[in-house]
Write a protein that binds this ligand. Structure first.
Ligand SMILES: Cc1ncc(COP(=O)(O)O)c(C=O)c1O
Length: 385
């Protein structure tokens, strides 16, 4: 037998976000002053009480394996969070902890998809969705949300995408990469479609705490018995590198995901789990941190959106997350060429929309300082002339 790679992995693309961020970092390493707006992560440190709890975990000797599904303390804290903030009553055994929301989602797809099963999702989408679905043997079926509606999909299009092979509807609001926040009636509409067609509903709520206008409502609140709620510490708690995600859903599904995790990665990092308990239970301190970060993001978003629209890189004003999907045509109608020009000539790094299924669009992340946002706009202004 030749030493070949699997067909599964041959078909897997590397993430373009990582590729452009890497190119920007390489230039920076060579001493070039690049403003990077590629980041998919908060530029803030986690709150002090989380840092303190991590130190405490080491002092307490929490250095051993944890249960595969996560520590009892953290699963209780997660269940309490869903009750307090989302009004959903999960028993601790309906909750599991993974290495990031990414793994929660992947556990979920691997647990429900058979070869050829379809997942309906909205584009522009986060690049890992189709990759994970395909790795699990499924087929992504895309509903396009246009810029004119602020990248909010039409429920009739979602309904039209459902076939006898559909197994999962996927909702991500606030969205990466568009920042769109779906109105509650649309979120409810997804849940009703899932009920009507007897589908799983996956809701990726990673950006719940980064909503600036409008209201956050999780799809899980409308149909908890058929929904996998995907969440984690990365975005709202500024803990990306700590790799803590949590999922909640019907016991049958969570148990299946836990069986899978037990044979693949086991439990998440023990120190980070202890720190996440602090993030979820020291409610007032965490709320103050989230108010502070939200205010900073709102200020940056407003400056960026106004500046890009003034320069002709038109964009709707996103209501959440920390991304803007701007039209690239003032630089180049081809988004890859536009991103390369921005990097090579203006020294501003962004991610082309190609892999998000957003042709002619560039993703700007404003998870960077207000000064950087302003300086980037000046550089783009000089490039366009
Ligand atoms: C939409 C979305 N979901 C999930 C994740 C996964 O985050 P993590 O694995 O860090 O929890 C990300 C991270 O970029 C994301 O943007």
């Amino acid at each position: 037998m030749p030493a070949t790679l699997s067909r599964r992995i041959e078909g897997l693309k590397a993430s373009s976000t990582v590729a452009f961020a890497g190119r920007a970092k390489e230039l920076a390493r060579q001493g070039v002053n690049v403003i990077s707006m590629t980041a998919g992560e908060p530029d803030f440190l986690p709150p002090q009480h989380v840092l303190d709890a991590a130190r405490e975990a080491i002092d307490l000797g929490l250095t051993k394996y944890t249960p595969s599904e996560g520590t009892a303390e953290l699963r209780e804290a997660v269940a309490a969070k869903f009750q307090r903030e989302n009004g959903i009553a999960y028993a601790p055994d309906q909750v599991m902890v993974s290495n990031g929301g990414k793994q929660v989602l992947y556990n979920g797809f691997l647990s429900v998809l058979d070869p050829g099963d379809e997942v309906v999702l909205v584009a522009p989408y986060w690049v890992s969705y189709p990759a994970q679905i395909e790795l699990a043997g499924g087929v992504p079926v895309v509903v396009r949300a246009p810029a004119e509606t602020g990248f909010v999909p039409d429920l009739a299009d979602v309904r039209a995408a459902i076939t006898p092979r559909t197994k999962v509807l996927l909702v991500n609001s606030p969205s990466n990469p568009t920042g769109a926040v779906y109105p509650p009636e649309l979120v409810r509409g997804f849940a009703e479609l899932a009920e009507e067609h007897d589908l799983w509903l996956f809701t990726d709520d990673l950006y719940e705490h980064l909503v600036y206008d409008g209201e956050f409502v999780t799809a899980a609140s409308y149909a908890p018995e058929r929904t996998l709620l995907v969440h984690g510490a990365s975005k709202g708690y500024a803990m990306t590198g700590w790799r803590i995600g949590f999922g909640a859903g019907p016991k049958k599904l969570v148990q299946a995901m836990n069986r899978l995790q037990g044979q693949s990665t086991s439990g998440a990092n023990a120190v980070a789990q202890h720190a996440t308990v602090a993030a979820l239970t020291e409610v007032e301190k965490t709320a103050a941190f989230q108010r502070m970060t939200r205010a900073a993001y709102v200020e940056r978003r407003d400056v960026l959106v106004e500046g890009l629209n003034r320069l002709g890189l038109s964009t709707p004003k996103p209501q959440g997350a920390f991304y803007v999907m701007a039209d690239s045509s003032a630089i180049d109608p081809d988004e890859e060429r536009a991103a390369i020009r921005l990097l090579d000539e203006a020294r501003v790094a962004v991610v082309p929309g190609t892999d998000f299924l957003a042709p002619g669009r560039l993703r700007f992340s404003y998870a960077t300082s207000l000064d950087n946002v302003k300086a980037a706009l000046e550089r783009i202004g000089r490039l366009i002339g």
